[in-house]
Design a protein around this ligand. Structure first.
Ligand code: 7PM
Length: 254
């Protein structure tokens, strides 16, 4: 899953792709590099990110989703209105960092035939990194995602459409993130594909002491480890490099 942020404050590409034209070019580059799906986001959800209104988010993402008809696109949003509009414009997946908890979100996805990623987070971008706290982070994240799978199925979303994600960096300390990566296999026991998104995140910066622009090797390592521990999808910025790393892993495993 290649990342296409259409936001002015994206933490890792500094809004390089805020214009639709630049984002469209980048999207096609990522497909050429081997991305299987593109995650299009119009509201940054990194710690401290400023909230974005529905219309502003729609204005950012719809031109891109429409221009990418024919390309598998995931819409990275928690807003049901944005989900509905992006699905109508051709998106085939909803990537919801809020696990369809918003009013109307379950219904927006249930009415479609789209896939959905249900992600765990503790708190919101404005506060989630202040005091992350868990008794047993792996058990609590698994328990939450188990509940969200059940809620999605109860709303009529078939299990085959569901992906889950522990939400690295969303209300987790470095220790929590590492524990979740170490025990990613327990998440895989829930019986649906697992998505892992660690690309260029601060957890990697904390370990390597590199700034966001110097975290490519760490991001590739993290993606490979996630796949080795059962992840079916990795959400990355550096598609070409990650594809090559996973080709080596797959060659060893074939
Ligand atoms: C902190 C830093 C939090 C960077 C979020 C980010 C994920 C996602 C994002 C993820 C899924 C960024 C990310 N991260 N969707 N969207 N899983 N499913 O790249 O880990 O800005 S936003």
């Amino acid at each position: 899953m290649g990342i296409v942020n259409v936001t002015p404050d994206s933490f890792s590409d500094g809004g390089r792709f805020f214009s639709a034209a630049a984002a469209i070019d980048h999207a096609h580059e990522l497909i050429a590099e081997g991305a299987d799906i593109l995650d299009v986001g119009g509201e940054s959800t990194r710690p401290g990110a400023a909230p974005v209104g529905v219309q502003e988010e729609l204005d950012r993402v719809l031109p891109l989703v429409e221009a990418l008809r024919g390309v598998p696109v995931s819409i990275d949003t928690w807003k049901p209105e944005v989900m509905r509009a992006a699905l109508a414009a051709g998106a085939c997946m909803v990537n919801d960092v809020n696990a369809l908890l918003a009013e109307g979100a379950l219904d927006a996805v249930a009415r479609s035939d789209a896939a959905v990623c249900l992600m765990h987070k503790q708190g919101d971008p404005q506060n989630m990194q202040q005091q992350p706290h868990y008794q047993d982070v792996s058990a609590e994240v698994s328990g939450f995602l188990r509940e969200r799978i059940a809620a999605a199925e109860a709303a009529g979303i078939a299990r085959e459409r569901i992906v889950i994600d522990p939400g690295f960096g969303f209300g987790k300390t470095l220790a929590h993130n590492l524990e979740l990566l170490r025990r990613l296999d327990t998440l895989c026991e829930l019986g649906v594909p697992v998505l892992a998104g660690m690309s260029r995140k601060s957890m990697l910066g904390a370990i390597t002491e590199h700034d966001v622009g110097e975290r490519q090797a760490a991001s590739i390592a993290a993606a490979l480890i996630a796949v080795q521990r059962g992840a079916a999808i990795v959400r990355v910025h550096d598609v070409r490099e990650t594809v090559d790393a996973l080709k080596i892993w797959n060659a060893v495993n074939s």
